[in-house]
Design a protein around this ligand. Structure first.
Ligand code: CA
Length: 228
């Protein structure tokens, strides 16, 4: 079934624009114009994801986010924050607030939808709960755990997603662009974004020890996980 998104935004132009584009992409939508309405909607029937504007008149987005996270009914619903200023980003994605991602206004609907898809994919490990095995590495999407030769390896969420993508596609080359879209939700990758992938791959390799050598670089193309 199509994922349901609760769009929380007091400005009707922006709200309608988001709903229009989400509906066109096959999402089901509900809307809320205020913080209290958003909390009511989310508690009554938890949506698959909340797009939450930071600037709301009565109860701001951060407070709505905090309350959603502290209520067991809504605690695990993924949240994407809309922020007007890039310098708010640190607060928004800070651990205490717990938004899953953010989009800075003005944004393109295409970018927002790419972020929504990426967050939903991460939030739905149950869709593919199989533990992946490749050589000495096991990746458990349900528990978000990685073991190498039976020893647990602590990865950041991005490193985990990156490894999962590579292991799932074992034997096939994944381009940087593909990895950027899948792990970071970017639709267009520039020079800086491509380097982000390289940096994360380097850290991931280091954490995996000898098994890290299974991630091979195909210069100018991307990365491949070498299966047995
Ligand atoms: Ca607003």
């Amino acid at each position: 079934m199509a994922a349901e998104v609760l769009v929380v935004e007091d400005e009707s132009d922006i709200r309608n624009l988001i709903v229009l584009h989400l509906a066109r992409e096959g999402f089901r939508c509900r809307t809320a114009k205020s913080g209290p309405e958003a909390l009511r909607e989310a508690r009554t029937a938890p949506p698959d994801l909340v797009v939450l504007d930071l600037m709301l008149p009565d109860l701001d987005g951060l407070e709505v986010c905090r309350r959603l996270r502290s209520d067991t009914t809504t605690a695990t619903i993924p949240i994407i924050m809309l922020t007007a200023k890039a310098d708010e980003v640190d607060r928004v994605v800070g651990l205490e607030m717990g938004a899953d991602d953010y989009v800075v206004k003005p944004f393109s609907p295409k970018e927002l939808i790419a972020r929504i898809r990426a967050v939903l994919r991460r939030a739905r490990p149950a869709a593919d709960p199989r533990v992946l095995r490749a050589g000495p590495i096991t990746v458990d999407p349900m528990r978000h755990q990685v073991h190498v030769g039976g020893t647990a390896v602590a990865l950041t969420p991005k490193e985990f997603d990156l490894l999962q993508a590579l292991v799932e596609a074992a034997g096939r080359v994944l381009s940087r662009e593909h990895l950027l879209e899948r792990v970071w939700g970017y639709t267009r990758g520039g020079e800086i974004e491509s380097r982000t992938v390289d940096v994360h791959v380097r850290r991931l390799r280091a954490k995996l020890g000898d098994a890290g050598r299974r991630i091979t670089t195909l210069k100018g193309v991307g990365y491949r996980f070498e299966d047995d």
